[in-house]
Ligand binder design. Structure first.
Ligand code: DAK
Length: 259
């Protein structure tokens, strides 16, 4: 459906897109072209009004994404490195702020830029062999695609610090205990479980789901009073939709809602 080289974007079911980082020979490392393609793919999903859920995964059985492409980064000048980081940060933010839920299906190593990509998804399902880490300091650099900011928000400052300064990896079970991962599945089931969740989401009111994402994403950076005021406003807005009348009538009529 498109001519990307390093990613695959496909509609795997009606209303469900799957985006796969596809450079398995280098464990799906993110070079600049891959980030550019990712940006374009996100734009395709963003402009498809029928899209309801996006799944993000990596090719092969070994890695989700093993980080930014070290071979390409090695020779970067400081301003080039800054530009690369800014492009990736903007792309990941666009993914995070897509108006539909994004589920990361982490099927192996999610290191550095890979962990940062996974954390830009709304939530993560991991395969049993998944490993999460921010090993950038071992390469003599800081995290560059949001890891120093998103990781503390997800696992707390102390655990994030431990991971960021030691490079220690979390396996799938520990990542789940620490709140980075919602569920762990055998690798062969990961996509199926992602799809199953997508179908559950799709059964709900599309506008309500989008507004819920907006509340959670925007609300976490606001103080509680302003965040709750935003909730009242968007809750009120729902009452201007057919969705609300259908959803509530269906409940009272003891039938399934048709959104
Ligand atoms: N980049 C490029 N190639 C990679 C790669 C990566 N991140 N990870 C793996 N590969 C390549 C390997 O070089 C190898 O290629 P060949 O030798 O076959 O040509 C192939 O993938 C298979 O990898 P291995 O042979 O190493 O496989 P193993 O099973 O032995 O080990 C591993 C798997 C995931 C433990 C290991 O590959 C590994 O440690 N990979 C690197 C992980 C890593 O350090 N990731 C973080 C990358 S740094 C910034 C901007 C950006 C960043 C930071 C700052 N600023 C502007 C401030 C970005 C940070 C990162 O993401």
């Amino acid at each position: 459906m498109n001519n990307f080289e390093n990613i695959i974007l496909e509609q795997i079911e009606s209303q469900v897109y799957c985006l796969t980082i596809n450079r398995p020979k280098v464990l799906n490392a993110l070079n600049q072209q891959t980030i550019t393609e990712l940006q374009a793919a996100i734009q395709i999903v963003a402009t498809d009004a029928s899209a309801r859920v996006l799944l993000v995964t990596g090719s092969g059985e070994k890695a989700f994404v093993a980080g930014a492409d070290i071979k390409q980064m090695q020779a970067l000048a400081p301003l080039e490195a800054k530009a690369f980081s800014e492009q990736a940060l903007a792309t990941f933010r666009r993914l995070e702020m897509l108006d539909i839920p994004v589920i990361g299906l982490v099927n192996g190593f999610a290191l550095g830029g890979g962990c940062e990509l996974a954390m830009s998804c709304d939530f993560i399902f991991a395969s049993e062999n998944a490993k999460f880490g921010q090993p950038e300091v071992s390469l003599g650099v800081t995290a560059g695609f949001g890891g120093s900011q998103r990781l503390p928000r997800l696992v707390g400052r102390a655990m994030a610090m431990e991971m960021l300064v030691s490079g220690r990896m979390l396996d799938a079970q520990e990542a789940k205990q620490r709140g980075l991962v919602n569920h762990v599945y055998p690798q062969a089931e990961l996509l199926e479980q992602g799809l199953k969740m997508a179908k559950k989401i799709i059964k709900n009111g599309p506008v309500a789901v989008k507004l819920t994402k907006e509340l959670v994403q925007r609300g976490q950076d606001l103080d509680l009073e302003n965040a709750c005021a935003m909730e009242s406003n968007l809750f009120g807005l729902c009452f201007a939709t057919d969705e609300q009348s259908e959803g509530m009538s269906a409940f009272l009529d003891k039938r399934s809602a048709k959104f």
